[in-house]
Design a protein around this ligand. Structure first.
Ligand code: UT7
Length: 325
């Protein structure tokens, strides 16, 4: 039994935070941000949490697939910014949709999370355990970004993307590759709970700087520039394909320079690589499904096309998949 993606959806909150607005918050400027990252603006959720964004993306993906919530067997949400430790974001989406038959859980694999979720969905379907699975990447990173830290606050944004994966006679997932380097994880961190040296003593006040994303940007950049190609090579080899067989590359939108590095490395025509980082910044697990939903909406995805997805980031993690539309 193969699996195929039958629907894509995305939701971006309407409020944009532009580079010139950031100039009012930290010592930065539009030219630096555009040159070093390719980002011009990012979206910030106002009064909506991760589950609310995810639910909106889920409804779009179900509509695109022509499926009712009751048809779902499983919901998997990839997120590093859940609203709660429990219930999971996936359970909140299940309740919001009224997907009464579905099991639901979250996974944490940061910017590789959506590709991890896709691999899980494909594996569940191959075992025959589930037939119709909703996968999501959803983040409200603005809640864990310190808007006094110019090296991180310029990068991140909020958003959600979703896809419906279904059992199919046609093979729509041609190969996957998942990898992690936990030993390197300290270069990109966000603390979930206060680090209490004395749990019986009085608890220190828990401020945004305690839980904010901290990143050694250069190290993460180097990791991404080496691991993205390694993931691409591995997934191509597993699928028995070459880069010339691929119609579209959808890379995680972390930094335009990383995407340009991939383009140069494989001598790719620019128009084969989907980029929207200029408008939405880095939404971690959500970047890849947001790209796919936009591509669907713009009529860029044609039946039979092969699309290579590649994610890399916190964990550290890297992952790639090749899907057939
Ligand atoms: O999604 C997960 C994966 N994430 C990534 O892959 C992100 C990877 N990292 C990056 O995208 C880049 O490292 C950054 C965009 C975060 C930083 O770019 P960089 O080229 O690595 O710059 P840098 O950190 O080496 O900083 C260069 C200079 C420094 O000044 P000095 O020491 O040369 O005087 C920084 O203090 O730029 C300064 N700088 C800034 N200047 C203006 C750092 N941030 C800013 C800023 N505006 N926002």
């Amino acid at each position: 039994m193969g699996s195929k993606i039958t629907g894509f959806g995305a939701y971006l909150p309407p409020e944009a935070l532009t580079n010139s607005q950031l100039e009012g918050l930290v010592d930065t400027n539009d030219e630096w941000i555009v040159q070093r990252t390719g980002i011009r603006e990012r979206r910030i959720a106002q009064g909506e949490g991760t589950a609310a964004l995810a639910l909106r993306a889920a409804r779009c993906a179900l509509a695109d697939a022509g499926r009712e919530p009751e048809s779902l067997d499983l919901i998997i949400t990839a997120t590093v910014t859940p609203d709660c430790f429990t219930p999971s974001t996936a359970c909140m989406v299940q309740a919001g949709l009224g997907a009464r038959r579905a099991a639901a859980f979250d996974i944490s694999a940061a910017c590789s999370g959506f590709v991890y979720a896709l691999d899980l969905a494909d594996s569940f379907i191959q075992t025959g355990k589930f037939r119709t699975i909703l996968i999501l990447g959803a983040e409200t990173l603005s809640r864990i970004v310190d808007y006094t830290d110019r090296s991180t606050c310029i990068l991140f944004g909020d958003g959600a993307g979703a896809a419906v994966v279904e059992a199919s006679e046609e093979d729509g997932v041609l190969g996957t590759y998942l990898w992690a380097d936990g030993a390197g994880g300290g270069v990109l961190r966000a603390q979930a709970l206060p680090q209490d040296e004395n749990p019986l003593g009085s608890r220190a006040a828990w401020t945004i700087t305690d839980r904010a994303v901290s990143m050694a940007g250069g190290e993460v950049l180097r990791f991404s520039l080496s691991e993205a190609p390694r993931a691409i090579d591995a997934v191509l080899s597993r699928a028995g394909l070459t880069i010339g067989d691929i119609d579209w590359i959808v890379p995680h939108q972390a930094n335009r320079r990383i995407i340009s590095g991939i383009i140069r490395r494989y001598h790719l025509p620019e128009q084969k690589v989907y980029v929207n980082i200029d408008r939405f910044g880095n939404t971690s697990s959500a970047t890849i499904p947001i790209c796919l939903a936009e591509m669907r909406e713009r009529g860029l995805l044609q039946t039979g096309q092969r699309v290579l997805l590649v994610g890399f980031g916190g964990g550290l993690t890297a992952a790639a998949a090749i899907i057939r539309i």
